[in-house]
Design a protein around this ligand. Structure first.
Ligand code: GDP
Ligand code: MG
Length: 425
């Protein structure tokens, strides 16, 4: 059985926590897209961790953690995150890296940074992890697949020269930098080879066999629907598909095997980087929500930068859930709203004076304004509650309002950052 856990909006909905929680009953956790450019925060008996590259099953000794072929693999991040968790007392996890996965090269990070500098005030707000240059190279067939590290030296050197013809034109002509040296690139690849050797495997076979044996597999998404390259707020999107459907490609699984899509929706909104965000709020109200949000405030798990804040956006969440093919919703960080007398919810957009409830493409989205409905707050601490019926009436009303408007059952409610802060509905 294959379940996916994915985000409905801009990311940072709390997928890491839900994955860590549901991993308990899984045999395999798979990352199928994205790279180390976004973080999952996980709090468990070992402490608080921000994972960027590792799948969220690494805290469970019995779980196989797969870095799927669709991932942008930073070998540095992989190695340093393994070192970090092990040094903090987590038993060495089982990790398997797809031999078809491609590698984020040091020059991808340089290109990411140089391009953001070149763009200046037109910059995308990239985390400069090299993700866009990495995926561009992958689709331009200028990427290095893990399997290629094990090629004969001659053929790998030929490939390096082939790639550097293009890369060095960019470095010298567009960015005024020194060219890359083939031998140095080769050395970097050999270091990666040594570091990856214990983990590399044919993960397609591994997952195929696991499915035959009825193992329970969790696909772990990064970011959320609105950052999907095709369906998101283009061009302020990420460079890989963030949708559960892409799990079939990024992990190598038959589409009909994904039978459950748990889509994580946060009880309010946050976003990192530039791009359309219709229910965004500013000033004091935003500062308060940011301070109360997440675990100790809404600040990036990778970059530490303050996240942009806004109210729950039904239009975006409904679209995001439909894109994912959500079979249920995990509704998270509800406890963060306990300080509010009244809670605005964006229920529709106004576009050129007309009320709409679908999520349009960017050129129209730019002109949308939020239409809010105000719900009453509950003004009491709801952390520690584990029984749905014990929630204050106004908290239940808020949840049921969201459920009805989005049109997907909310089956999990998260009311605190820890693994046990969860209500099953
Ligand atoms: P992800 O990228 O979707 O995994 O989410 P992040 O980890 O980037 O951001 C979610 C933040 O909210 C983290 O700091 C979590 O520890 C925290 N968090 C997750 N669920 C809850 C919750 O129910 N309540 C509170 N207060 N914080 C939560
Ligand atoms: Mg995150």
């Amino acid at each position: 059985m294959v379940k996916a856990i994915v985000g409905a909006c801009w990311g940072d909905e709390g997928k890491g926590k839900i994955t860590d929680m549901l991993a308990d009953t899984s045999d395999i956790v798979v990352r199928f897209q994205g790279g180390a450019n976004a973080g999952h925060t996980i709090i468990n008996k070992y402490g608080k961790f921000a994972l960027h590259q590792l799948p969220s099953g690494v805290f469970h000794e019995n779980i196989i953690n797969v870095v799927g072929n669709g991932v942008a693999l930073s070998v540095e991040n992989l190695v340093s995150e393994i070192d970090e968790i092990v040094s903090r007392g987590v038993p060495m996890p089982k990790i398997v890296v797809s031999d078809r996965c491609q590698i984020v090269m040091p020059y991808h990070k340089d290109l990411d940074r140089l391009e953001e500098e070149r763009l200046s005030d037109r910059a995308f707000g990239s985390t400069k992890s090299g993700i866009a240059p990495f995926y561009s190279d992958k689709y331009a067939k200028l990427g290095f697949q893990v399997s290629e590290l094990f090629d004969e030296k001659d053929s790998l050197m030929k490939k390096i020269h082939h790639v550097l013809e293009v890369k060095n034109t960019m470095f010298t002509s567009l960015y005024n930098q020194k060219p890359l040296i083939a031998d140095e690139v080769f050395e970097v690849l050999m270091t990666y080879k040594e570091q990856l050797t214990p983990y590399v495997a044919d993960t397609f076979e591994l997952l195929y066999e696991a499915i035959q044996q009825n193992k329970s597999i969790l696909l772990e998404g990064q970011l959320g629907s609105l950052k999907d390259t095709d369906h998101g707020i283009y061009p302020m999107v990420t460079s890989s598909s963030t949708l559960a459907g892409f799990g079939t490609i990024g992990a190598g699984i038959a589409p009909y095997e994904i039978t459950e899509v748990i889509t994580v929706v946060k009880a309010y909104s946050s976003a990192v980087g530039a791009g359309e965000f219709i229910s965004e709020i500013f000033g004091e109200a935003a500062d308060l929500l940011r301070k109360n949000g997440g675990d100790g405030g809404e600040y990036g798990a990778t970059t530490g930068r303050p996240r942009r804040m806004g109210w729950l956006d039904i239009v975006a969440s409904r679209y995001g859930c439909r894109l994912q093919g959500a079979t249920s919703i995990a509704f998270t960080v509800l406890d963060a709203l306990s300080y509010l007398d009244e809670i605005p919810v964006c229920v529709a957009y106004e576009l050129d004076g007309v009320r709409i409830d679908s999520f349009p493409a960017t050129s129209k989205l730019k002109h949308c304004k939020p239409i809010f409905e105000i719900l009453p707050g509950w003004k009491e601490d709801i952390r520690g509650i584990t029984d749905y019926s014990k929630l204050p009436d106004n908290a239940k009303k808020y949840i049921e309002f969201a459920e009805k408007q989005i049109g997907v059952p909310i089956t999990l409610i998260s009311n605190g950052p820890a693994r046990e802060d969860i209500i099953k509905k």
